[in-house]
Ligand binder design. Structure first.
Ligand SMILES: C[S@@+](CC[C@H](N)C(=O)[O-])C[C@H]1O[C@@H](n2cnc3c(N)ncnc32)[C@H](O)[C@@H]1O
Length: 254
């Protein structure tokens, strides 16, 4: 179909959903996906290598599905999150967390350093040309022997094929990987691949998840086509299933 000119990762401005609608989509996704459980295991493999587990920084914590369990393994947890609704949730429920209501590009954390920095499904919101400086900023806030974990949607697999029906999925993971090796050295970069299943028992929830994955509220106008696409390609005997392939890139500071 490709009715949109620009795709994820391109330098167009994304129309963000209202906080409430974003929250609804996120909740549907979390309830219907095995992702966070599998992602937590993979991330656990990364931070189990740390010498110290004093400080954890989560960039774009969202609903806290990763932040809250990971925080159990660290003495201090810090969040940088631009969504006010999520921030107010953390203030109420986790007053022991340090929470900044800001974009990563804009926040000034002074001399603070962290043993573990997580950036899970955030880079799509930032223009690709700015990724290197964004990651340099993370590296500057990383303790020696610390780790940065960056999670991104893979450019291959069922979710990428779905994206390519409605936009172009041009999040250049290979180029990012190459650039990280160039900047920090081959021995400091690691990559892991994992898959998870999104399963819904009705089409409406799968469309909600499709919109959540596409990020941009502009895609709402394709809801009917999306519904037809899932019906044609992802219907099973008992519901709807979409496999999601993901990449975890890690940067180490030896
Ligand atoms: C798809 S959610 C990911 C949530 C969580 N990291 C996870 O993987 O479950 C993206 C989150 O990134 C936040 N975000 C968007 N742009 C950001 C930026 N420039 N800096 C920090 N966070 C950002 C959004 O508000 C949202 O909460």
């Amino acid at each position: 179909m490709n009715e949109n000119e620009e795709g994820l990762g391109q330098s167009h401005s994304i129309e963000m959903e209202s906080d409430a609608e974003y929250q609804r989509q996120l909740t549907t996704f979390i309830n219907c996906s095995t992702e966070k459980g599998i992602e937590l295991v993979k991330i656990g493999e990364v931070f189990s290598e740390l010498h110290h587990r004093r400080s954890f920084l989560d960039i774009g914590a969202g609903g806290g599905d990763l932040t809250i369990p990971i925080s159990q393994s660290f003495e201090k947890t810090t969040i940088v999150e631009p969504n006010e609704k999520q921030v107010s949730f953390f203030h109420r429920r986790y007053p022991n967390f340090t929470v900044y209501n800001n974009f990563w590009e804009d926040i000034d954390l002074g001399p603070e350093r962290y043993d573990f920095i997580l950036c899970s499904h955030i880079l799509y919101y930032i223009q690709e040309g700015r990724w290197a400086s964004i990651i340099d900023k993370m590296y500057a806030h990383l303790e020696s022997n610390g780790r940065i974990a960056i999670v991104l949607q893979s450019p291959i697999g069922e979710v990428a094929t779905f994206f390519n029906q409605f936009t172009s999925y041009d999040v250049n993971v290979l180029e990012l990987w190459r650039e990280l090796i160039r900047r920090y050295g081959d021995s400091e970069i690691d990559v892991r691949y994992f898959m998870n299943e999104i399963w819904t028992d009705n089409l409406e929830d799968m469309v909600t998840i499709g919109l959540f994955l596409l990020i941009d509220a502009h895609f709402k106008k394709f809801a009917k086509q999306m519904s037809d696409y899932f019906e044609a390609h992802h219907k099973t005997d008992t519901g709807y299933r979409l496999m999601q392939d993901e990449i975890l890139l890690t940067v180490k500071k030896s």
